[in-house]
Ligand binder design. Structure first.
Ligand SMILES: [Zn+2]
Length: 451
């Protein structure tokens, strides 16, 4: 009954809801487009004010955060919802079938830059709240929204913002709808992310490239140096040999292992999608490797000459770029130090340069709130969501779990093929409305649990 009531209401307000989203989608809030960013933040602020949210723009070192809250009772549950109103650039524009800032519905999909990433998802959150208010009146929980304007730049000031506004942001749960739902179309709940450490190592030989005959056997070749070093860092089975690399890794719990086993796995389909037909492992190992194990990836190596014809030189430098995905509770700084120590011991002439990092996060699957959200999502969608203990990629989810010290759940509302960051970005209309219903039902069920 309750859920049908939501469906009816959303259906009745379909055009209104789409219009509200379209207003936001028309604003060219590309992260680097300062005027449009400010305009978008202000439009969002007034949208939130009409919902009765106490809203403010808060300055950061870059684009402002739009923060809004609707507080009822300190003793009640507080939900903090995160999203971002900035969007990616649109190039190459000629590959779009319609204007990226003139939203258009074709074949049941809303086409526009930001449709899925992330304006459609954040509007679904706001309209979910609106739907709740229209159907039931006062909210049964406290709700806070934080919408940032720099996600597409790597959330440059988010950690600092959270650090400086801990009291304002205090909550029982952080809830994010960003990214895409599962390939199968099933709702997907993510309980964390892998972190990442990016670094560069450079070996040096002579001061400049040398003639390989005239100085062959005389000046050292840095490409060999670098390869020798790399071979001391990882064995043939993929185990990282850097002392202490695995020390801080949190062991997956029984519950997490069980969740991994439940995730759908079609080896042949995946093999085709990733262009690697030799893929040969069971689903549990596949997901374990993607969510519970760090990587030690060479992203690129550069040295000497690899062009057409021959150029007989001894290169003067060899450089490797590495990105190392980290899992809870590895610490990028600590791992970087350990790598430095390893290099110093094996070949002190090689320089190691830190290029950036993001910490991993993982909210324990055993928490009661995880089950409560899973149930609310299941009821809204009429099917059990897939629960993945971590996403293989990286997002700044640690700002919630570590800085704010609050559990965090990511529940993407957008379709798998939303083409975010690409031409013809889209959000299925049904996904938009399902998201609105999901937020509305989440607020309702969290409220019932509360009393
Ligand atoms: Zn994005």
């Amino acid at each position: 009954m309750t859920l049908e009531k939501m469906d009816d209401f959303i259906l009745k307000h379909r055009d209104d809801y789409l219009n509200q989203l379209f207003n936001l989608l028309k604003i060219k809030s590309i992260s680097t487009n300062e005027d449009e960013i400010r305009h978008c933040a202000n439009v969002l602020k007034s949208e939130m004010e009409t919902l009765g949210l106490d809203t403010q723009l808060i300055e950061t070192g870059g684009n402002p955060v739009v923060y809004g809250e609707l507080l009822n009772d300190k003793n009640r549950f507080t939900l903090l919802i995160y999203g971002h109103y900035d969007v990616q650039a649109v190039e190459p524009i000629e590959l779009w079938d319609s204007n990226p800032f003139e939203p258009e519905i074709r074949d049941g999909r809303i086409y526009a830059r930001g449709a899925g990433d992330n304006k459609g998802q954040l509007m679904a959150q706001l309209l979910g709240l609106k739907t709740y208010q229209a159907l039931y009146g006062e909210l049964p929980i406290n709700v806070k929204f934080i919408f940032e304007g720099e996600e597409e730049l790597g959330s440059v000031h988010l950690a600092e913002f959270v650090e400086n506004h801990k009291a304002l942001l205090e909550a029982d749960l952080v809830y994010t709808s960003d990214g895409s739902s599962h390939n199968s179309g099933d709702p997907l709940i993510l309980l964390g992310v892998r972190g990442v450490l990016i670094l560069e190592m450079t070996a040096k030989g002579a001061d400049f490239d040398n003639h390989s005959g005239n100085t062959g056997n005389i000046v050292p070749n840095p490409a060999w140096k670098l390869m020798r070093l790399l071979n001391t860092m990882r064995d043939d089975d993929g185990n990282v040999l850097v002392d202490g690399f695995y020390d801080k890794i949190r062991k997956p719990s029984d519950k997490e292992m069980e969740l991994l086993k439940r995730l759908p796995y079609d080896q042949q389909d995946i093999a085709e999608k990733i262009g690697y037909e030799d893929l040969d492992m069971d689903g549990a190992s596949y997901y374990h490797k993607l969510t519970m194990e760090p990587t030690f990836n060479i992203a690129g190596i550069e040295s000497g000459y690899t062009g057409k014809n021959a150029k007989t030189i001894i290169p003067s430098t060899a450089t490797v770029n590495m990105d190392i995905r980290l899992v809870a509770d590895q610490d990028p700084e600590d791992v970087f130090k350990k790598i430095e120590e390893h290099v110093k011991e094996v070949d002190p002439s090689v320089t190691v340069t830190y290029k950036g990092a993001m910490r991993p996060s993982r909210t324990p699957a055993e928490l009661e709130i995880v089950q409560a959200v899973t149930d609310a999502v299941a009821h809204a969608y009429g099917k059990e969501p897939l629960v993945q203990p971590s996403m293989p990629g990286s997002l700044p989810d640690y700002v919630w779990t570590e800085i704010l010290n609050t559990p965090s759940i990511i529940m993407p509302y957008a379709n798998f093929d939303q083409h975010n960051h690409s031409p013809n970005e889209n959000l299925k209309v049904e996904n938009f409305f399902a998201g609105i219903k999901c937020t509305c039902n989440l607020v309702r069920e969290l409220g019932e649990r509360n009393v």
